[in-house]
Design a protein around this ligand. Structure first.
Ligand code: ACO
Length: 431
């Protein structure tokens, strides 16, 4: 069968280019417009890359219209219900669900790398006492590359794998240290007899003076938050990793760049904004007034945690996390607390109000993840840090996929230049 194509003609010159259409397993086909510059002398113009497929990938598939999210082909709801975060890490990294033996080996490997070098531990003392934990995360993750010369050859697949495992294993330790530094609490060392999520929780919340008591529903809730945030194809932070990685930079530097990108409020900050909004509403009696303002364009206020740029019918992650969130609030007897009372009332009203129904403004994953993290006692400025812990596996999986390509080319987008036309330098005295 002949290859399907798109033909583009430059109306000024009549020159034509025939571009092949490439189809993937799912999702819209893409036009391969490689030859556009060489044949027609033009670039494509696509600010914010909203219609550009920047790479070929086999890791994650998102279908916003139909509310689908697949990791390596597996629907997110099945993974959230049946899998563990570490098993999802294995799946994202290597493409298949592990056998028992593979999982044991992988878990042992992760445990081997949970500790931080004591020298790196001392980095924290250099941060300002009130530093944002994301700034510590960017700095400490970037500094990892100064410690691991034994596995720095990015051309070596074994080295690449070891760097990936180190990042997944150390992020909870780095995140918890940032939290403890801020709180003035002693650092708690990782415990390899615990699962990934339990370990993260005990490093943040345990104190040396008494045993730490785990709550199964809390562990499950955080585990699901991590699974749901593990990857989301070519978002801004992942694209940063791929762009930085294309220059053959070390993965620790690339991931530091990804963390910096995630820190932006338009990317990782939405669940924090949800809690700030709930705090601002203050009391359930103020909800009707706020709902009216959310609907009023002139107020410039939005109901945070509702609506999504990609998921237009519903956010498949929200469906799963909603149940966990309600379960957690019930079990911890938090439903009566004003903040959560407001959240539940907002959810009820928004799901029955014509304005939100008409516009398909469903609660998104951040609405519930914000409530869960808050219920677990995690401070607001740590929310994006938890997101970064979860997303590390997505970042390194995408980096490894790119590094495995037979021909790695440095990424180099082009531009439409609209600045001054060429002109001659004017000496200062003549300006
Ligand atoms: N509250 C009130 N009205 C809203 C909201 C909201 N949260 N979101 C959208 N609308 C309205 C718009 O005013 C617009 O109304 P109109 O058709 O009468 O003009 C309509 O719904 C469509 O809105 P758009 O802005 O076109 O939707 P878009 O897809 O561009 O925005 C976004 C998506 C940015 C997520 C938006 O819904 C929003 O700001 N939500 C609140 C912030 C939030 O929760 N962000 C996290 C998203 S999840 C994530 O990024 C990981």
């Amino acid at each position: 069968m002949s290859q399907e194509t798109v033909t583009m003609t430059d109306n000024r010159t009549g020159k034509t280019i025939v571009c092949p259409i490439l189809t993937g397993t799912h999702g819209p086909p893409v036009v391969d417009c490689h030859g556009l510059y060489s044949e027609l002398g033009m670039f494509t113009f696509d600010p914010a890359y909203v219609t550009t497929a920047s790479c070929e990938s086999t890791i994650t598939f998102v279908d916003g219209e139909n509310g689908i999210l697949l990791y390596r082909g597996y629907p997110i709801d099945q993974l959230a219900e049946k899998s563990s975060y570490l098993e999802v890490c294995y799946l994202l990294l290597y493409g298949e669900l592990p056998t028992t033996e593979q999982m044991d080996h992988f878990t042992a490997n992760i445990h081997q790398h949970t500790l931080l070098n004591e020298g790196l531990q001392r980095f924290y003392n250099g941060f300002r006492h009130s530093a944002h934990p994301m700034s510590m995360l960017v700095g400490v993750v970037g500094a990892l590359s100064s410690y691991y010369y034994d596995a720095m050859d990015i051309q070596n697949p074994e080295h690449r794998n070891r760097s990936a495992l180190r990042l997944i294993a150390k992020l909870p330790t780095i995140a918890a240290n940032s939290y403890n530094y801020l709180m003035g609490h002693p650092y708690v060392y990782p415990r390899n007899d615990l699962g990934y999520v339990e370990n993260l929780m005990q490093m943040m919340f345990a104190v040396p003076t008494q045993p730490y008591e785990f709550n199964e529903t809390a562990i499950k809730a955080l585990e699901v938050v991590l699974i749901l945030h593990a990857d989301h194809e070519q978002n801004a932070s992942t694209s940063t990793i791929r762009l930085a990685g294309s220059s053959q930079a070390h993965p620790f530097s690339c991931v530091a760049g990804g963390i910096a990108t995630l820190w932006g409020p338009a990317h990782g900050g939405a669940n924090e904004a949800v809690i700030r909004m709930l705090q601002q509403i203050e009391h359930p009696k103020n909800i009707p007034d706020y709902i009216a303002r959310f609907k009023d364009k002139k107020s410039n206020l939005r109901l945070m945690g509702f609506g999504h740029r990609v998921y237009k019918n519903y956010d498949p992650r929200a469906k799963i996390i909603r149940e966990i969130c309600h379960q957690l609030l019930k079990e911890l007897d938090a439903q009566q607390q004003p903040l959560f009372e407001i959240a539940m009332e907002l959810e009820r009203i928004a799901l029955s109000d014509e304005y939100f129904i008409e516009r398909k403004l469903y609660p998104n994953v951040d609405f519930y993840s914000g409530i869960i993290l808050r219920t677990l006692g995690i401070p607001l400025n740590m929310f994006t840090v938890i997101f970064a812990v979860a997303r590390t596996v997505g970042w390194v999986s995408q980096w490894m996929e790119m590094m495995n390509e037979p021909q790695l080319r440095i990424a180099r987008p082009r531009q439409l230049y609209t600045g001054a036309a060429e002109r001659d330098y004017v000496p200062m005295a003549e300006r």
